[in-house]
Design a protein around this ligand. Structure first.
Ligand SMILES: [Zn+2]
Ligand SMILES: [Zn+2]
Length: 302
């Protein structure tokens, strides 16, 4: 992680930003990326971090706001190591805890309540019901399974080349966008590359341009955003997910909504590489990043 610094809070007095009531462009604020909109806590199967530890770290690193986005992957395949309830979420307890913390941190940190839904083609109706029944600020839709298996386990890479798996992941993402509608941004578009046998050696935007364009066009047509997930840097790819070439292409095609998240599962990763992230977005042609409040994008100057 060395070499990637996060910004320390420098001007407390500049925190007099407007509270956004709906979508719109916010100006007159501090520059840089100030909202980490993807993080996991003890509510996620793969994190032990107390929510409060994550929030304290966000304050320490100068964030104005965070969105907690714990995992909910309905119909996640059974995994011996993870137990029967892997990636399920007790939404009542989740909202109770986060609502109370949101009040406690008011004035220090804007705490928003989100979720990261694991996309599968058949889950459109089930996720629509969940989204309607709970007052989320923000919903990330992410592909966590390729052909029904978790690429994190690497099994799929024993029987298929990296390129075959990446292509299938992109095609499956596009199919999910046709059948699952109720989310705001697509999470970590090319994260499957993190787990390939040779990682990015068999990957570039150009190589999968048709498949990736199919995803980007669907996002734009449906008014959804794209996430820049800094976890790619934490995992050693050297770039976020998706690759900056993909962010650039999204912009070229007319995409405007980019949220930013470190995908931290531990406090030390909150707002990871956000300074580099701001540079990448600017180089890709963006002047604003977005965060969601009450499921509506609010644009903030980079
Ligand atoms: Zn994810
Ligand atoms: Zn995540």
């Amino acid at each position: 992680m060395s070499g990637y610094q996060t910004e320390q809070k420098d001007h407390q007095t500049e925190k007099n930003r407007q509270k956004a009531a709906g979508s719109g462009y916010q100006t007159g604020e501090r520059k840089g990326l100030r909202s980490d909109c993807h993080m996991h806590t003890e509510f996620s199967t793969d994190s032990d971090a107390p929510v409060r530890d994550m929030l304290e770290e966000a304050v320490r690193r100068g964030m104005d706001g965070v969105c907690v986005t714990d995992h909910l992957d309905l119909d996640f395949p059974e995994d011996e190591g993870l137990g029967p309830d892997a990636f399920q979420l007790d939404l009542d307890r989740y909202f109770r805890t986060l609502t109370s913390l949101r009040e406690e941190y008011r004035g220090r940190l804007d705490v928003r309540i989100g979720v990261e839904l694991g996309l599968q083609e058949h889950l459109g109706k089930a996720y629509q019901d969940i989204a309607r029944e709970h007052p989320f600020d923000f919903i990330i839709g992410s592909l966590h399974l390729v052909g029904g298996t978790d690429p994190y386990n690497r099994e799929i890479f024993r029987e298929h080349t990296d390129a075959e798996v990446y292509r299938e992941a992109f095609l499956e993402t596009a199919r999910c966008l046709d059948t699952v509608g109720d989310f705001d941004v697509l999470g970590h578009l090319d994260y499957v590359v993190r787990y390939g046998a040779r990682k990015a050696e068999e990957y570039s935007y150009r190589r999968f341009a048709d498949e990736i364009d199919g995803i980007l066009k669907r996002l734009i047509d449906s008014g959804k955003g794209l996430e820049m997930n800094m976890g790619g840097i934490r995992c050693g790819l050297g770039v976020p997910n998706p690759h900056p070439d993909v962010l650039k292409r999204y912009r070229e095609l007319g995409g405007e909504i980019v949220t930013v998240g470190a995908d931290a599962h531990r406090p030390e990763h909150v707002a990871l590489a956000f300074r580099e992230g701001a540079d990448i977005l600017r180089e890709c042609g963006f002047r604003y990043y977005a965060e969601y409040i009450g499921r509506k994008p609010v644009f903030r100057k980079i």
